[in-house]
Design a protein around this ligand. Structure first.
Ligand SMILES: [Zn+2]
Ligand SMILES: [Zn+2]
Length: 96
């Protein structure tokens, strides 16, 4: 019997290397990276909020899934459905 195994992956194709690069890119906890992530999130939030339209005196986001708290907080949608969803969530929080 031979020790030769034709289907072994070469060491540079091990899945570890890909995982490592993702970790260092997204999970670094140093102040600089944390500040950069926060700034990026703020820019993205600002861009989302800029997509809102003023409809009947209320800021409404055309891409939001209306009637969800996510649409209210994440997209800044203030349509009747989204405000009700946010109010319901707050009531539920207070009740628990
Ligand atoms: Zn860092
Ligand atoms: Zn809405």
């Amino acid at each position: 019997m031979s020790a030769y195994q034709p289907f072994d992956l070469p060491p540079n194709m091990a899945p570890m290397s890909a995982e490592k690069s993702v970790l260092s890119e997204h999970r670094c906890r140093c102040d600089e990276c944390a500040a950069e992530r926060t700034a990026k999130q703020r820019r993205e939030q600002a861009r989302r909020l800029a997509g809102r339209e003023l409809i009947a005196g209320r800021l409404v986001h055309p891409l939001a899934v209306h009637g969800t708290t996510g649409a209210y907080t994440h997209w800044g949608c203030r349509c009747t459905q989204c405000r009700e969803a946010a109010m319901d969530a707050q009531r539920a929080k207070r009740a628990s």
